[in-house]
Write a protein that binds this ligand. Structure first.
Ligand SMILES: *Cc1c(COP(=O)(O)O)cnc(C)c1O
Length: 399
């Protein structure tokens, strides 16, 4: 594939007010106008390049949005205060009372909880399906369906969505394909494969320093304008706005994303191969044993690898907890949710990040209680890390 997301970021040029190599931060909530007429036109969305009020847009947020749109190959993007702020705004913009969503059943716990428990209060119904079963996906579509929703690589089971095939189904039924690409930035470019809207939690790999939450919606200029519309735009009216100081710091971190993703992927592939060799049930899209290894390969931007996320199953929650505590004690990573940090992070999703999903449903989708989800860090010496992890597993009789 010839799409080069990191080049697109690299090629952007921004200068600060005094010729600085970083853009100036717009430290203002409101903006003055020389003429009252221009203020009115800005409200109506007809004054290009004018700023009104920072919940609507700000120069710093536009810079970050532009960089992320370039990364995903979309016309435009708008940043939000969190990943959930992006997801809920998109779902509510495109779907309303009496309408229907077809969603992958293995999605981020917060997204699942929103669709399952909150959206019905607004008359929005969701069918949760196995996203790898394309017939099931298509058969779940009704005349009321507006949205097909999935994650390119799902949380926490690392199922891979066939985005090209899903885009065809969406097009055939006049649905919007919305893809949460949080687990695979740079590796997978959903828009290039046919998605209509691409969402990220910037909290994770993209910012990469676990110091803030943030989100982004990437899509057509028309859709992004609709989200920001002062009269009926969900991003504008629900108020999930990113602060300019934060968007400036995320933009600076974004510039090293390509190097970080290469290292996350390299380390994760090494550990996944070693864990599998030890006989552990290991899930990583870069392993030939992964059901969607070939599919991931066919969709990926090769330079960035298969991502930094992997899971192992150690058989029981007790063993999982003991291993995670010991690994933390030995400074091999942190027992923490979230992902995309320089340190390895691990958690047992069944009792943490996916605890919103009822136990029976967890079982049905293959989310076992002994599952440990790893976000592999940027360790310079991953062989040493593996040896220490192996020792911890031996000490606890996990193997
Ligand atoms: C973390 C996460 C979210 C939610 O993002 P926040 O920034 O925490 O609101 C959504 N989707 C995925 C896949 C995530 O990992």
């Amino acid at each position: 594939m010839s799409f080069k997301p990191a080049n697109n970021i690299q090629d952007l040029q921004y200068f600060g007010e005094f010729g600085g190599v970083n853009p100036s931060i717009s430290d203002s909530s409101t903006y003055t106008f020389l003429s009252a007429k221009t203020m009115f036109d800005t409200f109506e969305g007809n004054a290009e390049g004018c700023y009104l009020y920072s919940r609507h847009s700000s120069p710093s947020n536009l810079y970050l949005g532009q960089a992320l749109a370039s990364m995903e190959g979309t016309e435009a993007a708008t940043v939000t205060a969190s990943g959930m702020g992006a997801i809920t705004a998109v779902l509510m913009q495109l779907c309303g009372s009496g309408e229907h969503i077809v969603s992958s059943r293995t999605i981020y716990g917060g997204t699942y909880a929103f669709l399952k428990n909150f959206a019905p209060r607004m008359g929005m119904e969701t069918s949760f399906v196995d996203i790898t079963d394309l017939d099931k996906v298509e058969n779940s579509i009704t005349p009321k369906t507006k949205i097909l929703y999935c994650e390119s690589v799902s949380n926490p089971l690392l199922e891979v969505a066939d985005l090209t095939a899903l885009a065809k189904i969406a097009q055939k039924h006049d649905l919007k394909l919305i893809v949460d690409n949080t687990f695979s930035p740079l590796s997978i470019s959903p828009k290039i494969l046919g998605a209509d809207v691409v969402i990220h939690s910037l909290t994770k790999f993209i910012n990469g320093s676990s110091d803030t939450v943030g989100g982004v919606v990437c899509g057509s200029q028309e859709f992004i304008d609709s989200l920001r519309n002062v009269n009926d735009g969900a991003a504008m009216l629900l108020g999930s706005t990113m602060d300019s100081l934060r968007s400036a710091s995320i933009l600076k971190n974004l510039r090293t994303l390509h190097i970080r993703m290469q290292q996350h992927s390299k380390n994760a592939l090494y550990l996944a191969e070693q864990f599998e060799n030890l006989g552990l049930k290991t899930v990583y899209p870069g392993l030939k044993s992964h059901a969607s290894h070939e599919l991931f390969k066919s969709m990926m931007n090769k330079a960035y690898g298969y991502g930094g996320m992997l899971t192992i199953d150690v058989g029981s929650l007790e063993k999982a907890n003991a291993l995670m505590e010991l690994m933390q004690e030995r400074n091999l990573g942190y027992l923490a949710v979230s992902l995309g940090f320089y340190k390895t992070l691990f958690s047992a999703p069944g009792s943490s990040t996916s605890s919103e999903i009822p136990e029976e449903e967890q079982k049905e989708m293959g989310l076992s209680e002994g599952l440990i989800r790893f976000s592999i860090g940027l360790d310079a010496d991953i062989e040493r890390t593996f040896q220490r992890m192996h020792q911890a597993m031996k000490d606890l009789n996990v193997l």
